[in-house]
Design a protein around this ligand. Structure first.
Ligand code: ATP
Ligand code: MG
Length: 308
């Protein structure tokens, strides 16, 4: 059974207008997406800025109001309870936020930051709590002395580790990782990614891994969902999509991955130019009226594409 099933999820942000402040229209941030996450699996959610990735993650956490659709966790429809802070679901699903610099309260010590979810869900004595925090710090490669420090006393990579320690404190089943490395230096990125993998194995976690960069998720995800204009344009097994991308948007994303081989760089630059021209001339083949994204069609069991 899937750990999490998302069925035709829509998240619309109201646009208020007029003197009455009535809703005059909506920003359709997520407009009908469906997917499943299995236990222990990493799924990548990829797409350009503003396509609806963070909104998808926030809806799963109950931090963005769902306009339509269903969220099913371990076979149970939890759509109605998702906003309830202390439900067992909220213990099982955690998020690592996009911005490591603003997601940790600068006025709180690391001890309080990491202990916060424990205080919300468990009744521990001060000593038990301290022991748990030390364990968590050691899992993410920090030391017990770090508990007394404040976020500004850490590097970007270390801060992200604090965010991870907080996210795994309640032994969740799923972590939504929203661009967990995009604010970090290239040299630190690989380190954080590797160590997210180690934690995953140790705790048998599932990840929904959000990124605008297909290169970053290449070695993280077994499955991919390519998002464009609030919907999915292509989904499936990662290797299948890398080797045989069908939608023009996916093909453009793949040629945008930087290549270390100088020979391939020139070839890729040419491909990018050709694809940009094809994108302009064949737009109507890939998008419907008003540039809408078609429903996904099955290419094979491991591969779906939004084509007419
Ligand atoms: N609280 C909000 N109120 C109104 N509109 C919002 C809100 N949050 C996001 N949006 C809009 O919803 C759309 C999707 O935003 P979202 O943050 O999900 O994008 P994203 O794919 O995560 O982008 P990025 O890669 O830049 O993080 C955007 O058009 C954004 O302006
Ligand atoms: Mg985002």
């Amino acid at each position: 059974m899937a750990l999490l099933e998302i069925k035709d999820l829509k998240v619309y942000y109201p646009i208020k207008g007029g003197i009455m402040g009535r809703t005059v229209d909506y920003v359709r941030a997520v407009d009908g997406i469906s997917f499943e996450i299995n236990p222990g699996e990493t799924i990548g959610l990829i797409g350009e800025s503003g396509c609806g990735k963070s909104t998808t993650g926030k809806a799963i956490l109950g931090l963005a109001k769902i306009y339509a659709g269903k969220i099913i966790f371990n076979g149970e429809d939890i759509t109605k309870y998702i906003g309830k802070n202390r439900s067992p679901y909220r213990k099982s699903v955690q998020m690592i936020f996009q911005d490591v610099y603003s997601s940790l309260n600068p006025k709180e010590r690391v001890l309080d930051i990491i202990a916060e979810p424990l205080r919300n869900f468990e009744k521990n004595t001060k000593m038990e709590e301290r022991k748990r925090v030390d364990e968590l710090l050691s899992i993410v490669g920090l030391s017990p002395e770090d508990a007394a420090k404040y976020p500004h006393q850490f590097s970007g990579g270390q801060r992200q580790r604090i965010g991870v320690a907080r996210a795994i404190a309640l032994k969740p089943k799923l972590i939504v990782c929203d661009e967990p490395v995009s604010a970090l230096d290239l040299s630190v990125q690989a380190q954080v990614l590797n160590y997210l993998k180690d934690v995953q194995e140790e705790l048998k976690l599932s990840y929904l891994f959000i990124s605008h960069d297909l290169g970053v998720v290449r070695h993280m995800c077994e499955k991919l969902m390519i998002m464009h204009r609030s919907r999915f344009v292509e989904t499936g097994i990662a290797s299948e999509i890398y080797e045989n991308p069908v939608h023009i948007y996916t093909r453009r994303l793949i040629t945008a991955i930087p290549d270390l081989d100088p020979k391939l760089r020139a070839v890729n630059a040419k491909k990018r130019k050709e694809l940009a021209e094809e994108y302009e001339s064949k737009l109507t083949q890939y998008y419907g009226p008003n540039n809408s994204v078609y429903d996904l069609k099955k290419i094979n069991d491991n591969h779906y594409v939004a084509i007419p």
